[in-house]
Write a protein that binds this ligand. Sequence first.
Ligand code: MLT
Ligand code: MN
Length: 313
Amino acid sequence: MRLKIIGSAAGGGFPQWNCNYRLSRAARAGADGVRPRTQSSLIASADGDGWVLFNASPDIRQQIAVTPELQPRADGPLRATPIRAVVLTNGDVDHVAGLLSLRERQPFALYAAADVLDVLAQNSIFNVLDPELVPRRPLPLGQAIALRDAEGDETGLVVEAFAVPGKVALYLEDSSDPQADFGSDSGDTIGIRIAQRDRTDAAAFYIPGCARVDEALGQRLADAACLLFDGTLYTDDEMIVAGVGQKTGRRMGHISMEGENGAVASLAGIALGRRIFVHINNTNPVLDENSPEHARIRAAGWEIGHDGMELEL
Ligand code: MLT
Ligand code: MN
């Protein structure tokens, strides 16, 4: 199985269009060790020919332009794509907006949790994806299924979706409810175990959004070949300290890398082949490869995902 991170930044990307924080400025200036990144997306393939897209980011057009695996084959028909299916991990803008760029009457299958499919159904703009061509299929939770393309042919990938602590998409939050739980695991945000049909023991876990690591999640991840995990923030109050926002990571449904209950500490005791941060926000100091924070995370055994990073399982 081949995997490629085609977008390693969180919503907004890096640099973010309206951001003047030091990191976005450094990325814009082409500073050494500060790579620009597009928004949150991963691709996987069992045969290197057909690909499944995990999350459709607003940068999908640019991502396809720099990813030959996702481009029409030179000897293919006049309208073609190697993208057989799209799988969504939640309804966030950075994960669904790219669907609008995948119109043009092109068949592929769309998989998401039932709640997220409901959100798409309630937004008629997504009807640009004609259900006749783009069947929408609910992803069951806690059950491995073979991903199939629009025609029903197997892609060779098997996925199992499971709820992780998270929250509904920002645009669905009920701001009148101060007691709202932004760390529930009601299935608004899912993680996905990705494996190849004939080698289901070697799996990659893709979890770009997660509020905390609970016992169930820790057990599920044990001995995984690879984990691609929520690396939104380095510290919980990072956006407040940077002066770019009022929200903590906790309030946004994102765990931090550092701290007692952070990702590094929470996952330290879990055996994993590789552990890689993705969905990295433009305030996260690890984006600067010359920073002490970057060095600390690398020393803890983690890799910092970047666009174009390839994995083979
Ligand atoms: C998130 O990851 O929290 C969301 O992508 C935020 C957003 O929708 O802007
Ligand atoms: Mn996001």
